[in-house]
Design a protein around this ligand. Structure first.
Ligand code: ATP
Ligand code: MN
Length: 483
């Protein structure tokens, strides 16, 4: 019986001719004991239900409150009211779930994003989050479609691992050992992980890349799309402790091929949303314009949301080397007027203020920066040939986006066994534990490359939401793990 319902999105496309339909959803508002605005999450648009005088008894009318779930059977008729072309003349209304209007936290008024974060279990029911999460879904679908059409294999890399792709800390430990001080110890006092569940020290993955590389050296082109975890204590609008990453890895690819793919990929998924989520984008475009109005003139963004997306899809990304980026920064008015908090010189790991200057002030479009100093990048990135000592670079590439900063990080991988071995030693990577990784260079090694796209940063970019906590259903950040 429930399967007979028509979704509001589909319903609004009908030509009204008194046909009978069944709709179910949640009441947004109920005016004059007569007009219900009903929403079922299929679109931000509500369907208006007209309740004729005398159809329902007083007790039932009182139960039609904001947030209540109802089932309506009625006829589709043209609407005389403004704002909609059709409405439903109700024949029967059944209350499926009551909602105490006094206690329901989501009142039919504008709530701040901060407040909605505290009631994230209910915010799906707002227009803003309806639009954001429908777009998040569309992006997910577009990503799989893009890679599937190109013959990439989707690989599920492990979530619990014993390796740390970056060779850095910032991981969440996974253990079943007691934490009350009674964990088994080695002679030297350190924890004896031989006794732990996996017989070794394990953590949640920070990236699926290394395992992805193994698959790429068999299937050619693969991609992962999974959760990653970083215990970084950075409370920013761009960092989560749990986020989703897309990591394609391609055999027989160099850094140029890698950049081409990343650019085509980003343009494809944005175009997909522009084509399939017009309504939601229009809503978010207006929302952002409203938010921008609250800012002082000089802080406002030049482009509206849709305008920005259109621009990104239609224009080639700027491509520069790290060395060129540093030169641009050194010659910038911002540098000369000492506007940067952090120093600029060749060798620095560019700070967010530098990246934002490049994309937002200088180029005003997405920028691909390549060939970073070897010292500041991961061990697996391919060492460029013939460079003077102290100035070595690797074939890395980051894509920087306006308003977000780094959205993609990638590189051509070091395929030469000897060079890789040396780099791993320099970075103190435990060779014994990474023997499996080295095998990919021992047996049929090939030039290959890949990148990681932070999914939530992409959703931020497409929806115009300024805080990353507002593009994932339930954000995990330092000191926050609700729901
Ligand atoms: P950043 O410098 O912004 O912290 P990163 O250099 O640590 O980024 P990578 O290790 O290259 O990032 O990860 C690949 C991609 O994952 C990044 O380009 C970014 O889009 C995304 N990303 C990285 N860290 C986070 C995080 N904590 N939360 C959400 N997305 C992230
Ligand atoms: Mn980081």
């Amino acid at each position: 019986m429930f399967s007979k319902r028509i979704k509001v999105k589909e319903l609004l496309q009908l030509t009204p001719n008194e046909q009978e339909v069944t709709v179910m959803g949640w009441v947004r508002t109920f005016r004059n004991n007569q007009f219900i605005a009903l929403n079922d999450g299929s679109t931000n648009n509500n369907i208006q239900i007209v309740v004729a005088l005398g159809l329902l008894d007083d007790a039932t009318l009182k139960r039609i409150t904001t947030g209540a779930a109802i089932k309506v059977i009625g006829n589709v008729i043209p609407s005389v009211g403004k704002g909609q072309s059709l409405e439903i003349k109700a024949n029967s209304i059944e209350i499926l779930g009551d909602s105490d209007a006094e206690k329901y936290p989501l009142q039919p008024k504008k709530h701040s994003l901060e407040f909605l974060r505290e009631i994230a279990h209910l915010r799906f029911r707002t227009n803003t989050f309806g639009a954001v999460f429908r777009i998040r879904h569309a992006l997910t679908f577009a990503i799989h479609q893009f890679f599937n059409d190109k013959g990439f294999l989707n690989i599920h890399t492990p979530i619990i691992t014993a390796s740390d792709a970056e060779g850095a800390g910032e991981t969440f430990r996974v253990t079943t050992l007691p934490i009350d001080g009674t964990a088994p110890r080695n002679a030297d006092g350190s924890i004896n992980f031989n006794e732990d569940f996996f017989g070794k020290s394990t953590n949640l993955t920070v990236s699926g890349q290394l395992e992805g590389e193994l698959a790429a050296t068999a299937f050619g082109n693969i991609y992962t799309f999974g959760p990653t975890f970083r215990a970084e204590n950075s409370n920013t609008t761009r960092h989560l402790a749990e986020f989703w990453m897309i990591e394609p890895e391609m055999a027989f690819y160099d850094i140029e091929d890698n950049m081409d793919l990343a650019e085509e990929f980003i343009q494809y998924i944005i175009s997909y949303v522009m084509e399939h989520n017009k309504e939601d984008l229009t809503f978010l475009d207006a929302r952002l314009a409203e938010e921008e109005k609250q800012k002082p003139q000089n802080e406002r963004q030049e482009f509206g949301l849709i305008e920005k997306l259109k621009f990104v899809v239609e224009n080639k990304f700027e491509r520069i080397t790290y060395t060129q980026a540093i030169d641009i920064l050194l010659n910038s008015p911002a540098y000369k007027k000492k506007k940067f908090k952090y120093d600029v010189k060749w060798g620095i790991d560019m700070q967010s203020e530098h990246e934002r200057y490049l994309v937002e002030k200088h180029f005003k479009k997405p920028v691909i920066v390549s060939n970073y100093p070897a010292a500041i990048k991961a061990f697996y990135m391919r060492l460029n040939d013939g460079e003077e000592a102290g100035k070595e670079t690797v074939a890395a590439m980051d894509i920087l986006a306006p308003g977000i900063g780094e959205i993609v990080g990638g590189s051509q991988r070091e395929e030469r066994y000897d060079v890789l071995l040396k780099r791993m030693q320099q970075f103190n990577i435990p060779l014994q534990e990474m023997n499996w990784y080295l095998d990919s260079r021992r047996f049929g090694t090939v030039p290959h490359a890949g990148f990681g796209l932070g999914f939530e940063r992409m959703v931020q970019f497409v929806t115009g939401m300024t805080n990353i906590r507002d593009v994932i259903p339930f954000a995990r950040t330092p000191k926050n793990c609700e729901f």
